[in-house]
Write a protein that binds this ligand. Structure first.
Ligand code: F6R
Length: 368
């Protein structure tokens, strides 16, 4: 069932254009309005929500971090993102106008389930974003948005992550529509960008051979750093997690602006640093990222940069340059994570590890 691939993970990475397309089916009425019918949460209830807390673990937590940027920007509703395993131990401030969004691919993660139970005992409404029909997490939630990744068999989450991102974007846009925020006007435009994503992901999958070459070249490294900013920061964290779990390497993701506050001391000659470069926009994000890249390179790092098509400013500072399609900054994680997934999958393969069954890990973590 691996369709001729060596690993389920590789097959699942390649299935991402389809998984994202499936997650967008039926989300718009003929007049272009966004609909999330299956969700079972009334518009009046959503309109009353004045705070959102996202709870999740691992890769799903990083999807939640991206969601925070999107929800706050498009809906102006404050969002906290919390590791499910920490949530109930800090006496969180929750009431009937707090919406809890629990993100879980498997729907069986014990930490997330316990956090949901705690939130509901405090009268909060819980919306699950889940890939597994009828699993415990949607069953114990008030509402659910199902992702349409199809079964994810590789232990490392890939298409699960991308479809979680899509569900989070849809939720953000839906809240914007219901609340009538000023970004309501842009919903149509953002939806068109989302609908173009399967093609963009296909394009970025075209970098696979280049990425595999880079993975082979760096197979003897003992450590890899990942840098990102804004929505690219969770991507850096997720890229590092993939490498830890599959290649058993020291890998760390940082917000590029934090480098100078400590982590830059880690940089030494030959250290590979993967840099997720934000699109050139009106803000200063791009320029600041560029100076972060210059800083690490000046200290001997080998910079592997992921930057959008046509961004020439990166060329002088990139030892390797992987091209990304041009997309809005908030949606960039859907394309920028893909080369990082390919990198981890290939590096682990070169090292001779079992990519689908990494040591010490299970697909569903049903203990706290
Ligand atoms: C990483 C990975 C894990 C899961 C985490 C949460 O590749 O798969 O970090 O993301 O255990 O699992 P779910 O989403 O099933 O709750």
């Amino acid at each position: 069932e691996k369709d001729g691939h060596d690993w389920f993970m590789r097959k699942e990475i390649l299935e991402q254009p389809r998984a994202v397309a499936d997650s967008l089916i039926g989300r718009r009425t003929p007049s272009g309005q966004l609909q999330l019918d299956e969700m079972r949460l009334a518009d009046e209830e959503l309109r009353d929500v004045d705070k959102i807390i996202i709870i999740a673990c691992g890769t799903s937590f990083y999807a939640g971090m991206v969601a925070k940027y999107a929800i706050e920007h498009w809906t102006r509703t404050p969002v906290e993102v919390e590791l499910a395993s920490e949530f109930r131990y800090r006496d969180p401030i929750i009431d009937a106008t707090t919406l809890i969004v629990a993100i879980s691919q498997s729907g069986e993660t014990a930490d997330t389930l316990q956090a949901i139970r705690h939130a509901r005992s405090q009268r909060a409404k819980v919306l699950a974003i889940c890939n597994t029909n009828g699993s415990s997490i949607p069953r114990e939630s008030d509402a659910v948005i199902y992702t349409h990744a199809g079964p994810e068999i590789g232990v490392a989450s890939t298409k699960g992550f991308l479809t979680q991102l899509v569900a989070c974007y849809l939720l953000a846009l839906y809240i914007a529509q219901v609340k009538g925020t000023r970004f309501g006007d842009e919903i149509d435009e953002i939806m068109r960008h989302l609908e173009a994503m399967p093609d963009h992901i296909e394009t970025v999958l075209g970098t696979a051979e280049q990425v595999y070459g880079l993975a082979a070249e760096h197979a003897s490294t003992r450590s890899v750093l990942f840098l990102g900013r804004h929505a690219g920061y969770p991507v850096a964290l997720e890229g590092a997690l993939k490498l830890k779990e599959l290649a058993y390497l020291h890998a760390e993701g940082f917000a590029a602006g934090e480098l100078k506050h400590g982590p830059i001391a880690l940089v030494e000659d030959g250290l590979p640093v993967l840099c997720v470069v934000p699109p050139k926009g009106r803000d200063q994000l791009h320029g600041k990222m560029l100076s972060g890249i210059q800083e690490v390179r000046a200290r001997g790092a080998r910079t592997i940069c992921l930057a959008e098509e046509g961004d020439d400013s990166i060329e002088p500072y990139a030892d390797a340059l992987i091209r990304l399609p041009k997309v809005p900054v908030l949606l960039q994680p859907l394309v920028s994570i893909v080369p990082l997934q390919l990198f981890a999958c290939e590096l682990a393969t070169v090292l001779g590890h079992d990519v689908d069954q990494p040591r010490n890990l299970a697909k569903s973590v049903t203990v706290e």
